[in-house]
Design a protein around this ligand. Structure first.
Ligand code: HDE
Length: 753
């Protein structure tokens, strides 16, 4: 045989085969899917501007609008144009000297398009780079008026807000469900100017003095040599720093607790952390701490679940927030304050209110509700809104002033400074998302990206040429007047007060306030994180810190690490636990919870009814089937066995147990390894889903053939939180009852008292 011919024949056959495989089905031919409708491509009128995208109130003295109308750049008008409004007839081909010739330098459209693209990225935030945000409204109760004169807290006043949630350590593209503190920053567009409450989901901070911020951030960020690990605290530099810098211990306790792996942004508390000074209409002052309390309760992932989530859906929290708002399950929080007398020593019950590593237990100072926040609208452009929003702790309104917390003072400098470089110039408050919803008459002029076309000739005060405008406001005309707080005559020192030396008593308070399950999770988190460190000396040093917090905590972690238990050198004093710190206990609303419903298209009994019941209960059913598209009985699959993983669901319903599909890994006999003798009537991915839900203490319900998967997964109707019944609705009713407690906590064996 001619070898060249053999090769040619083989190639021809392969080409034929590929052509067969890739030829698209002829529309309308039997068995082909109907073609999807093309999205509309008719020119249409621009959409009206959104309220927060209206032109800046800065500008001319007469208030006349200047420049292009705000909608002119909405990209939704009739014809594609250049950035200067020139209509284009082609944006797909460069201008060339002939079809196969070189590209011409004169192609101004190509040059503009590529120039702009080359500069689309701006620096990410140095911390809190990864975030998600939403618009909403805040409604005051009027209950704060005794202590605070801020207008937005008055009864019934509605204030637009924008809230950005974030992780701290990871970069902008990092996964959501990492172990980390979360940012909870709120911009209130009040009638007295913007008020920013730039808080976290943990009420204490790592450091007491802002000068240590670069140190903790350098330690927590990836190692400078290899730039790993991303968005993790489980590494040597982090534990090196916190084990040496023991004022971080209280924050580290929170970070190793379930608080650092929230189930959802909707289920997180928020804290202003610092103590603020409030002023009422009579000019009387009080000290206060801000708290956000989520209507859905405070709930977390379990660690294994969080690790799976980061692989399966790195955008888990971002997606959850967006989907909930789109589904109308608007997230809500109540804003509350703990109020303390503005005493000269600024302490309460012996707790230093200027030390941001300390809380005041709610049992000592209850959180008093002062308003409600509802998030009801997703951003329409991530970059314009979520990336460009600029929060600043110095954005205050009359009635809210700062205290001398040294952490807060460094922040007052930092936020403006970082935004200057991140947003490329000093005019970032003119970006639509940052604009106040009140007139701005500043005398700030020029600079990069100046949007206002100011008129008048006298941007200075005093002036006569602009009629002396603008005038100064006073107490009755809404001016912000700092509290005339006396400053004690003192000596310049680089020192903290002695009360800041107590690093362990509140770390112990946190430990003692946890339930057994939460303690167990803390032990595992410490053991995991320290287990990831390479340096033995760092592990031993952190064990010495834990010995000062609690002997049992230290012993359990030491056992997990296989290291000796050290003696405490500065044991924390005995403390009274604060039950409010535990996340367990209570029954919470289940709005927006996700229920996976596994179906076998051959057995659909009760599925329609149960999905309707889930919807009616304000939750979201996700039908999981062996394949996508219609599954029968008018139902559509939202997930397939290929795309579904247990971590997406808060609870699992097994309406059927689909047999292994062609794409499942074939089951084999455990003893012989023989596929032919294997007994696995259920797809192994369903079995894995049940096992994971069981391990993660989620409620599981089954009826009909659905129950077949339970035994294969090693669980039974007698286990806590497993419901088997004949009637789908009854099974769901029992499951939704269990969901109010978030998890079936009895499934976690309590090994710590
Ligand atoms: Fe921040 N922090 N921070 N921080 N912080 C920033 O500002 C800083 C601190 C917090 O969604 C940066 O615009 C210093 C405590 C949130 O855009 C930067 C110190 C708390 C956000 C900065 C602290 C926070 C930031 C980075 C120690 C809780 C995200 C980008 C004195 C009460 C805001 C930016 C958003 C962001 C500095 C400590 C919360 C560099 C120097 C304590 C929620 O300015």
């Amino acid at each position: 045989k001619n070898p060249a011919k053999v090769v040619k024949d083989a190639l021809d056959k392969a080409v034929e085969k590929i052509a067969e495989m890739t030829t698209p089905p002829i529309p309308g031919a039997p068995g082909s899917q109907p073609p999807s409708p093309e999205p509309p491509s008719q020119p249409r009128e621009p959409l009206p501007p959104k309220p927060d995208q209206s032109a800046p109130a800065t500008g001319t003295a007469t208030g006349a609008p200047t420049g292009a109308p705000p909608t002119a750049r909405a990209q939704q008008g009739e014809y594609l144009t250049t950035s200067t409004g020139l209509r284009l007839h082609d944006t797909d081909h460069s201008l060339k000297a002939g079809e196969r010739g070189p590209t011409l330098l004169q192609d101004h459209h190509l040059r503009e398009k590529i120039m702009h693209f080359d500069h689309e990225r701006i620096p990410e935030r140095v911390v809190h780079a990864r975030g998600a945000a939403a618009h909403g409204v805040f409604i005051g109760y009027g209950t704060a008026s005794k202590v605070c004169k801020a207008e937005f807290l008055e009864e019934g006043v509605e204030t637009p807000v924008f809230v950005r949630f974030s992780t701290v350590v990871g970069s902008r593209g990092s996964a959501d469900a990492v172990r980390d503190t979360r940012g909870f920053a709120t911009k209130f567009y009040t009638k007295q100017g913007n008020f920013d409450l730039v808080g976290n989901n943990i009420p204490v901070f790592f450091i007491q003095d802002g000068i240590k911020f670069p140190d903790i951030v350098h330690a927590a960020k990836p190692h400078p040599d290899r730039e790993i690990p991303q968005a993790q605290s489980a590494h040597d530099t982090f534990w090196d720093f916190v084990s040496l810098h023991t004022e971080a211990t209280h924050h580290v306790m929170w970070q190793m607790s379930d608080r650092a792996i929230p189930r959802s942004y909707r289920m997180m508390e928020g804290f202003g952390v610092h103590t603020f000074r409030l002023v009422n209409a009579e000019g009387e002052t009080s000290l206060a701490k801000f708290h956000w309390k989520p209507k859905l309760g405070v709930h977390s992932l379990v660690w294994e679940e969080a690790q799976l989530v980061n692989g399966v859906d790195p955008d888990y929290h971002r997606r959850d927030l967006y989907d909930a708002i789109e589904a109308g399950a608007f997230p809500q929080w109540e804003l509350g304050i703990q109020v303390f007398p503005d005493s000269p020593d600024q302490t309460f019950e012996g707790i230093d209110l200027l030390d941001s590593t300390k809380i005041v237990p709610e049992e000592l100072a209850p959180v008093q509700p002062i308003g409600t926040l509802v998030l009801n609208r997703n951003p329409s452009n991530f970059f314009a809104e979520v990336e460009q929003v600029a929060f600043h702790v110095g954005h205050l309104v009359p009635g809210i002033d700062i205290t001398d917390d040294p952490l807060l003072h460094a922040r007052l400098f930092s936020y403006l400074d970082t935004q200057l470089s991140r947003l490329g110039g000093p005019n970032f408050n003119q970006i639509p998302i940052n604009r106040p919803h009140v007139p701005v008459n500043d005398m700030l002029r020029d600079g990069f990206h100046q949007h206002a076309v100011h008129t008048g000739v006298a941007p200075y005060k005093p002036n006569s040429l602009d009629g002396g405008c603008p005038f100064m406001a006073g107490n009755t005309t809404g001016a912000y007047i700092e509290v005339p707080q006396p400053v004690a005559a003192a000596t310049k020192v680089r020192r903290s007060p002695a009360s800041f030396d107590d690093h362990f008593s509140q770390a112990r308070l946190f430990w003692k306030s946890m339930s057994p399950v939460e303690k167990e999770h803390l032990v595992r988190a410490f053991t995991f994180e320290l287990g990831k460190c390479y340096e033995q000396a760092i592990k031993e040093r952190q064990l010495r810190v834990l010995a000062n917090v609690d002997a049992e905590l230290c012993a359990q972690v030491a056992a997990g690490l296989g290291l000796p238990v050290p003696e405490a050198d500065k044991p924390a004093p005995e403390v009274e636990p604060s039950p409010a710190l535990s996340q367990l206990g209570g029954v919470w609303p289940t709005d927006g919870r996700i229920i996976g419903v596994v179906v076998d298209p051959e057995h659909l009994d009760g599925v329609r009814e149960v999905t309707a019941a889930i919807h009616a209960a304000g939750m979201v059913p996700l039908v999981v089937a062996p394949h996508g598209g219609p599954v029968g009985d008018g139902l559509q699959a939202q997930r397939t066995l290929l795309t579904a993983r247990s971590v997406e669901f808060d609870a699992l319903l097994l309406a059927g147990s689909p047999p292994p599909g062609a794409d499942a890994i074939p089951a084999r006999d455990a003893k012989t390894g023989d596929p032919a003798t294997a007994t696995a009537p259920v797809d192994p991915r369903v079995v894995l889903m049940v096992q994971e839900c069981f391990r993660h203490a989620k409620a599981i319900g089954a009826w009909g053939t659905g129950a077949n998967a339970l035994a294969l997964a090693g669980c039974a109707a007698s286990d806590p939180g497993v419901v088997v019944g004949e009637d789908a609705d009854e099974v769901f009713a029992a499951i939704s009852g269990l969901l109010g407690a978030h998890r079936v906590w009895e499934r976690f064996p309590a090994t710590i008292a």
